[in-house]
Design a protein around this ligand. Structure first.
Ligand code: TXA
Ligand code: MG
Length: 316
């Protein structure tokens, strides 16, 4: 059985709602990447998410809600920082980790916290309003592979998802920033679309565990295993793609200012680069190359989330 891609009109949303209420799963667009959605209260639907993604059971899911009051209902306590961050950035690409409400069954891993966000995408918000349930939704790809930024990417990675609502390409193209609010100082668990500077303007200091460390380092977010976001081809980061000899069956991913003939050239602006990154990796992978050489991005904070994803994709 293969899934269908449908327009997110009233009929498409109604079909998605019916599947979700029947404890099945539906892929839907968000501003970051496409999510594989399930009723957050249904053990059966959550189990289906883990099965389809081949996701390890210790890795918990993000829950998507329609508004702040729905988020608060999932939380045992709602810190002042959560209110300020929600006012500043929701709907948007910020996921907050708070203490989980005691009555709630676990959404994946067995811990006492929950990760929540309100997505800034019209289709996701209409779906959440219509279904009237919080939706647990990890990125709609096989565990460890490249996240989907189009409906087609979803079915290529997960052909058995029954329904994909097509919202066009995701505008951010990189996952949300995950911030832990259960620590004395808010702690960055996963760098993402929302930059640290914007967060600090609201919360003050943010603890950043060494998000770019390699093997053996403490895992910041349970899902941040070293190898993640990986294409089929072997990915290598290089300081200057123009200074090396390019072997056979090799694709090149670079950005403006370091162009090469036959390379995928992305923007030198990190926001635009992020929006195109996963689609470019999908294209390079589909071209059948064995190796992808990637021009290493600048070492600045604006490129933190991109460097994080690339170094994980490169980890062997
Ligand atoms: O942009 C996004 O966040 C996308 C869209 C669909 O919303 N979702 C997404 O989900 O990237 P996923 O499952 O691929 O990544 C969720 C991350 C993982 O690193 C997971 O370990 C972490 O969030 N996470 C989830 N619940 C957590 C919790 N209670 N405590 C700490 N980290 C948590
Ligand atoms: Mg993911």
């Amino acid at each position: 059985m293969t899934g269908r891609i449908v327009k997110p009109d009233a009929a498409g949303i109604a079909e998605a709602v019916e599947l979700l209420r029947a404890e099945s799963v539906v892929a839907f667009p968000t501003e970051t990447v496409y999510g594989l959605g399930a009723d957050a209260f249904s053990a059966r639907a959550i189990g289906e998410v883990y099965r389809l993604k081949n996701r390890p059971s210790w890795n918990p899911l993000i829950v998507h809600v329609a508004d702040v009051s729905a988020a608060r209902q999932l939380a045992a306590s709602w810190p002042g920082a959560a209110d300020r961050l929600a006012a500043a950035f929701w709907p948007g690409p910020l996921t907050m980790v708070v203490r989980r409400a005691a009555h709630l069954t676990r959404v994946g891993a067995d811990n006492d916290t929950i990760a929540v966000r309100i997505p800034a995408h019209d289709v996701a918000l209409r779906l959440l309003a219509a279904v009237g349930l919080p939706l647990a939704a990890p990125s709609a790809n096989r565990s460890e592979s490249i996240s989907p930024t189009t409906a087609e990417h979803v079915l290529r990675s997960l052909p058995d998802v029954p329904l994909v609502l097509d919202g066009g390409p995701s505008s951010w193209g990189i996952e949300s920033t995950v911030l832990d609010l259960t620590t004395p100082v808010p702690t960055l668990l996963r760098p993402g679309a929302l930059g640290l500077r914007a967060l600090r303007d609201v919360t003050g200091t943010i603890a950043v565990r060494d998000a770019e460390t390699a093997d053996g380092a403490a895992r910041p977010s349970p899902g941040m295993s070293r190898r993640h976001y990986a294409p089929r081809a072997t990915l290598q980061l290089v300081p200057d793609v123009r200074s090396i000899e390019i072997p056979e069956k090799t694709g090149i991913l670079t950005y403006e200012g370091a162009e090469l003939p036959d390379a995928e050239v992305l923007s030198a602006d990190p926001r635009e680069y992020a929006a195109d990154l996963y689609a470019a990796l999908h294209r390079l992978d589909d071209s059948g190359v064995e190796t992808i050489l990637v021009q290493a991005p600048p070492p600045t904070e604006d490129w933190l989330a991109i460097r994080d994803r690339l170094s994980r994709a490169a980890a062997g």
